[in-house]
Design a protein around this ligand. Structure first.
Ligand code: HSE
Length: 453
């Protein structure tokens, strides 16, 4: 059978990686998909640059002739006409790798309008415009596949949407941003502050020149929002996510957490209760004995709890050319296999049938339930501990562990670290307002959430 024809929007890290993996593994991909998958056309801003990158891939590829003979097809047309690509009648699948939300949205919607399936790695696009895009795709009977948008090479979308489909999923907790995990590992291992660890991440090519989306938790929230929708059958609601990054994390908290047997990770957490859905990204204390606490460097990991299966854990590279390409190409194979299937018999984009989405609300942060780590700067004098414990007890908040650091000679102040048992956040905030008003409490309380998963 003739190869299915794909068009690539963009030829950067993800686009180049996709092209390279497709060519290299064309023979096995064809055996799996039932027909070859050929990148027939590429649209980029600078065709000469893409041409050079493509030539380098083709030249470097061991056994290039074998791949061509196996159906890798002829070399693609490369130009800068994005609009022509998404309208090209010869193209069956548009692979969007340009990133961003505005132009990507226009092109993806245009591709859908012209009856193309879409494969995208763009989490920001889907977190913000996903409902519109999936609705358009549903109306047109085409697929929008996005495995690469969440946790790079880890097939977590497939796992949530298909592998765990028997389960009522109760929660997901993930390290879904490699840059911040690398920074946190550096801060803990080397005792660095945030700014120095970020500079290391940039020097080593992990962090972008503008690392805001990574370090402020936005990238993780994009991915979490998509997983939450698929896990619980709710609309994508990125604007309801609670997002805290790591830029304000104090190195001292990493040290104290370690002394208490915890590591601090930027976790994306989504949990379902009868009241609603928690959807939150923030630095989180996790017991050091847990597998997920030991995910270090730029690696990603996602833990999913289902009522039948219990806890499952998925680990791997969340970024990089070939790990991301692994997910893009898996989607291309899925789309190729299902291309001729009746649209009603394909897996729904968001795992649940589009008319079966639940209106369970996303809970505001003051209604979530968590345990907490509190660091208080207090006067080292009689009665301080008792006053704080009493204000917590007044709100029914139980202390799980507590350490008080020795005050330094002549300083008269010390750090008090309190771990609480689970409570509703609004309840804790009310207690903290009273605690911060005590004259013996010298600065605002540092608050972090603790998860025992
Ligand atoms: N910048 C992301 C990360 C990868 O550091 O994990 C792409 O989402």
């Amino acid at each position: 059978m003739e190869s299915i024809k794909a068009g690539l929007l963009g030829f950067g890290t993800v686009g180049g990686g996709t092209y390279s993996v497709l060519r290299r593994n064309q023979e096995e991909i064809k055996r799996r998909a039932g027909r070859g998958i050929e990148v027939a056309r590429i649209a980029v801003r600078t065709p000469a640059k893409a041409q050079a990158a493509l030539s380098a891939i083709v030249t470097q590829e061991a056994g290039a002739e074998t791949a061509l003979a196996a159906g890798a097809g002829s070399l693609p047309l490369i130009d800068s006409d994005f609009d022509a690509l998404v309208r090209d009648p010869a193209i069956d699948i548009v692979i969007e790798t340009i990133g961003g939300t505005d132009r990507a949205r226009e092109l993806v919607l245009a591709a859908i309008a012209h009856g193309k399936h879409v494969v995208t790695a763009n989490k920001a696009l889907l977190a913000v415009h996903g409902m519109e895009i999936f609705q358009a795709a549903h109306s047109k009977g085409v697929m929008v596949a996005f495995e690469a948008a969440v946790a790079g090479g880890i097939p977590i979308i497939k796992a949530l949407r298909e592998g765990l489909t028997a389960n009522r999923i109760t929660w997901i907790a993930g390290i879904i941003n490699g840059t911040t995990n690398f920074i946190l590992s550096e801060m803990r291992d080397k005792g660095l502050d945030f700014a120095t660890a970020l500079a290391d991440a940039q020097r080593l090519g992990y962090a972008e020149a503008d690392p805001t989306f990574d370090v402020e938790g936005v990238d993780a929230a994009h991915k979490l929002t998509l997983m939450s929708a698929i896990a619980f059958g709710v609309p994508i609601q990125f604007d309801r996510a609670h997002i805290e990054g790591i830029s304000k994390l104090d190195a001292i908290d990493i040290k104290y957490a370690e002394q208490l047997g915890y590591r601090i990770k930027l976790l994306g957490i989504t949990r379902r209760s009868a009241k609603g859905i928690e959807l939150r990204v923030h630095p989180t204390l996790v017991p050091s004995s847990m597998l997920i606490a030991n995910v270090e460097g730029a690696m990603n990991a996602v833990a999913v709890n289902g009522d039948a299966v219990g806890m499952t854990l998925y680990y791997g590279k969340g970024a990089g050319a070939e790990p991301t390409a692994s997910a893009v190409v898996a989607d291309l194979v899925d789309v190729t296999r299902l291309h001729t299937a009746d649209p009603e018999h394909r897996t729904p984009h968001l795992a649940f049938q589009p008319d079966q989405l639940s209106d369970l609300p996303v809970l505001p942060i003051d209604q979530i339930t968590s345990a907490y780590y509190l660091r208080l700067r207090v006067a080292d004098e009689p009665g301080v501990l008792a006053a704080i414990a009493s204000l917590l007890a007044d709100r029914g908040i139980s202390v799980d562990a507590l350490i008080q650091k020795e005050s330094r000679e002549g300083e008269g102040e010390t750090d008090l670290i309190v771990l609480t048992h689970g409570t509703v956040e609004g309840n804790l905030r009310q207690a903290l307002a009273k605690i911060e008003a005590l004259s013996s409490v010298k600065s605002p309380v540092s608050l972090l959430r603790t998860e025992n998963l």
